[in-house]
Design a binder for this molecule. Structure first.
Ligand code: SF4
Ligand code: SF4
Length: 351
């Protein structure tokens, strides 16, 4: 078992300085009255420790909204490979760690996406505990406890943080001489407070659903009238997908010079909620209406990857709910309606 440590809160600035010695540190920063964003920080006072969900999840560091894949010039094609700088991403909550774990699996599944993998290998993830608000349902999706995906994880135990490491890099950092005088070995009292925190957090969730019959529910409730109501109100704005820690669909865009001699091929985030996403030659659209696209998205998030990977691609962060201008993308409310309908009652995915 890896050693566990205690970081008194008054030592956090020194801890941050040590992290900065590894590379540029990014952390949640308050950017408006109610929004937070991961940004580069220099001082501890810039970090919004209270932030629950940032506007965009940390996937943006490894899979940016827009990037050049290849360029061409005078008949030559050049693969564009950025040389990434080392980044420390601080303040990643359990749902976002789970989201990055899902992105790692998808992007590293052969053939690996070299652009993503290169950036990911040049990073350290420092997780941070949180308390759920009225939109969090990571408990229902089984992503509420940080089991993997971090290098170091900090649990807030009031006057300090309980520190765990999970990777060779994280352990080397915590065990290194640079931490002398900053960290203490965790004592029994710290361990007790750590356990109390996670019990208190478990009891703090106010919303959720039973996750064991999502496939059966979606199959049996495919024609439930709630879908038409949601489809009628959906604006097809696509807000719900860029904010999702596990949405990764993209479009390829060629940007040519006016002469046509040079240009580049770019990868841009796309959204399955856009009208043209499933449009093909002959003007045929596999998912022509908002209701078709919404149902597709729910199925993808709630059980679409069960067979291929054995996990669900919703981590319960609540970003889609808070980002929907129509107030309809409330997964918990929709699943509750579907599960409480007569057809889904008492069914499980195993039966
Ligand atoms: S579907 Fe919504 S709640 Fe689930 S991970 Fe994506 S943004 Fe978060
Ligand atoms: S954010 Fe809401 S309105 Fe926009 S596409 Fe998603 S469900 Fe529809």
């Amino acid at each position: 078992m890896q050693p566990v440590y205690f970081l008194p809160k008054e030592n956090f600035p020194a801890f941050l300085e040590a992290l900065k010695g590894l590379g540029r540190v990014y952390a949640p920063v308050k950017v408006s009255k109610q929004s937070y964003s991961f940004k580069a920080v220099e001082k501890a006072s810039e970090i919004a420790f209270e932030a629950l969900r940032t506007i965009l999840p940390p996937k943006k560091f490894f899979y940016p909204p827009s990037e050049t894949l290849i360029s061409y010039d005078d008949g030559r094609i050049l693969e564009y490979q950025e040389v990434p700088e080392f980044k420390v991403i601080f303040g990643v909550h359990p749902c976002d760690l789970a989201g990055l774990g899902i992105m790692d699996t998808i992007f590293e599944d052969g053939p690996a996406d070299s652009h993503y993998v290169r950036r990911r290998r040049m990073s350290m993830l420092v997780g941070l505990s949180c308390m759920p608000d009225k939109h969090c349902f990571c408990q229902s999706m089984g992503t509420d406890c940080p089991e993997k995906g971090y290098d170091i994880f900090l649990t807030d135990i009031e006057d300090g943080y309980f520190l765990q490491s999970q990777s060779t890099m994280g352990s080397a950092f915590l065990d290194g001489s640079g931490m002398n005088g900053i960290l203490e070995r965790a004592r029994e009292a710290h361990k007790d407070r750590y356990k109390e925190f996670w019990i208190r957090r478990k009891d703090a969730f106010s919303i959720g659903f039973a996750p064991d019959n999502l496939r059966a529910t979606m199959d049996m409730e495919w024609d439930n009238p709630v879908w038409d109501e949601l489809g009628n109100r959906c604006l097809s704005c696509g807000n719900c997908t860029p904010v999702c820690p596990t949405c990764y669909c993209f479009d390829l865009v060629d940007v040519a010079s006016l002469s046509g001699d040079s240009g580049e091929r770019r990868r841009e985030w796309d959204s399955c909620q856009f009208t043209g996403f499933a449009q093909v030659a002959g003007d045929f659209n596999f998912r022509p209406g908002p209701v078709d696209r919404l149902k597709f998205w729910y199925r993808h998030k709630l059980h679409g990857f069960d067979d291929a990977y054995g996990f669900k691609t919703c981590v319960g962060c609540g970003r889609c709910t808070v980002s929907c201008p129509s107030g309809i993308d409330d997964i918990v409310a929709v699943v509750n309606i579907l599960q409480n309908s007569k057809k889904a009652e008492g069914k499980s995915d195993a039966t």
